[in-house]
Design a protein around this ligand. Structure first.
Ligand SMILES: C[S@@+](CC[C@H](N)C(=O)[O-])C[C@H]1O[C@@H](n2cnc3c(N)ncnc32)[C@H](O)[C@@H]1O
Length: 309
């Protein structure tokens, strides 16, 4: 006959107790991790605040190896892997859009950790890289040195709203890779670029474009300091007002989808949990990845090119 007395119940109780400890410890660990990774929930963070949050640092490092831009894929491709190959393809696209001779002097405005600048330097350009986020500048300097490109790339702190330290007509080309979207005063930035370019100098801007003034993405845009939301058709007008001509725009939205889909899929479950807990605004990158993917069509990815007459 089975023993159903108190001594048989004890191991079951013990197991339950152990399970509760394990579950409790797990919940504590996950909560601690969430609290550790969360940004401070600032409603209007500066660019530096946004990029300095641990969530941003860990996210960009984990998913993009600190190259903070989209990859370019074949239309209809499903797999986002290998991400680095697609990122090089995006850099190549920017390089061909610049259409400048080797030896040209270009500015990388918002160079991040310097990967695009290094691609351009290897193609034969002399690059002036600028940025305003201190740990990106440190990273860029280290990367440039490690790759022996210090004679081709200068890395300096500069805000593209204020470029008075650079001479008029001293550049053949200026580009932004997912940077101009952060501009507080896009018209001023373009006027600065215009002043720095030689006649026939070019700008190429590879940017997410929220010119449709998406209401659903408004929170995401504010939290990631993406102020540059223009009216539809706004880019062309803005570029023309700054004195550029020969405007051309390529819509690359379909060609960046595999990576955005990856962000959406990876972030979906955590995002739903954060939303339930009401702390989604403390995880801007997760929120941006998922919301942008869910509302695909509210923005696009564009390559803009224009020439200084
Ligand atoms: C999405 S990251 C792109 C970095 C780099 N272009 C890349 O593709 O890896 C945007 C970068 O723009 C920089 N940035 C934002 N506003 C800027 C400004 N006003 N002047 C210069 N850099 C700026 C940020 O610090 C950040 O490094």
């Amino acid at each position: 006959m089975a023993n159903s007395g108190p001594s048989a119940a004890r191991p079951v109780q013990k197991r339950r107790l152990r399970l509760r400890y394990v579950a409790g410890t797990l919940v504590l660990l996950v909560s601690a991790l969430i609290a550790f990774l969360a940004n401070n929930g600032d409603q209007a963070p500066s660019v530096q605040d946004y990029y300095s949050s641990l969530e941003s640092r860990v996210g960009y490092w984990l998913l993009l190896g600190n190259t903070r831009h989209c990859g370019l894929y074949e239309k209809g491709q499903l797999s986002p892997f290998p991400v680095s190959k697609a990122q090089r393809a995006m850099e190549e696209k920017l390089y061909t859009r610049l259409d400048l001779k080797p030896g040209s002097k270009v500015m990388d405005a918002g160079a991040g950790s310097g990967y695009v600048a290094m691609y351009m330097a290897r193609k034969g350009f002399n690059v002036q890289a600028i940025d305003i986020t201190p740990h990106h500048l440190d990273d860029a300097r280290k990367n440039v040195k490690k790759n022996g490109l210090d004679n081709k790339i200068a890395v300096d702190y500069a805000d593209y709203h204020n470029l008075t330290m650079f001479q008029d007509a001293s550049f053949d080309g200026i580009y932004t890779m997912e940077t101009f979207v952060h501009a507080d005063d896009p018209a001023k930035v373009l006027r600065n670029f215009h002043r720095l370019l030689k006649p026939s100098g070019v700008i190429v801007l590879h940017e997410a474009d929220f010119s449709r003034n998406s209401k659903v993405l408004r929170d995401v845009l504010r939290l990631s300091h993406c102020q540059n939301t223009l009216e539809e058709g706004g880019y062309e007008q803005l570029v023309a007002n700054a004195g550029f001509q020969d405007y051309s725009l390529e819509d690359l939205t379909d060609e960046v989808l595999p990576l955005w889909r990856l962000f959406g899929v990876v972030g979906y479950a955590p995002y739903q949990i954060f939303k339930l807990l009401g702390i989604q605004h403390k995880f801007t990158n997760v929120m941006a990845g998922v919301e942008t993917w869910l509302n695909w069509g509210d923005g696009r990815y564009i390559s803009v090119r224009a020439v200084k007459p």
